[in-house]
Design a binder for this molecule. Structure first.
Ligand code: HEC
Length: 116
């Protein structure tokens, strides 16, 4: 009898743990929709489509989120420097950075390799 009680307790703990994990991860999850709104600050140069609007501006559409987050943090901390991006990144919160990375990272890119 106590065994089935222990199994039940185990199951209950697993369910509660699962709920806690789900709740905390949804609170922390990056939000590409919010990122799209925040991209208003970026669109002059990178566009909403993530394609650089002049030859000095890199394409960031479909780029890995991990890479985008790392670059934006580097601009913000000063470990990567660029006259425009350093200033822009200073105004971004951690949440802005993850939302923007989620948005630009979610864009779908197709590539055509030319025949050489
Ligand atoms: C005034 C133009 C301008 C604006 C506005 C701008 N960027 Fe940039 N961004 C650049 C340029 C130019 C570079 C290239 C920096 C370099 O050469 O190191 C760059 C680089 C980056 C990179 C690094 C890309 C790579 O391949 O390493 C990321 C990520 C990025 N920008 C994201 C953003 C985001 C997000 C915003 C909006 C919050 C934004 N930028 C706004 C001009 C801009």
């Amino acid at each position: 009898m106590w065994r089935s009680g222990a199994v039940l307790l185990h199951a209950l703990v697993a369910v509660i743990f699962g709920m806690v994990v789900a709740a905390s991860s949804s609170a922390l999850a990056d939000d590409p929709k919010a990122g799209r709104k925040k991209a208003a600050k970026c669109q002059v140069c990178h566009g909403y489509d993530g394609i650089g609007k002049n030859p000095e501006v890199p394409h960031i559409a479909g780029e890995s989120e991990i890479y985008l987050i790392r670059q934006l943090r580097a601009f913000r901390s000063g470990s990567r420097q660029h006259p425009q991006m350093s200033i822009i990144a200073k105004g971004l919160s951690d949440r802005d950075i993850t939302d923007l990375a989620a948005y630009y990272g979610a864009l779908k890119l197709t590539v055509e390799v030319p025949e050489f």
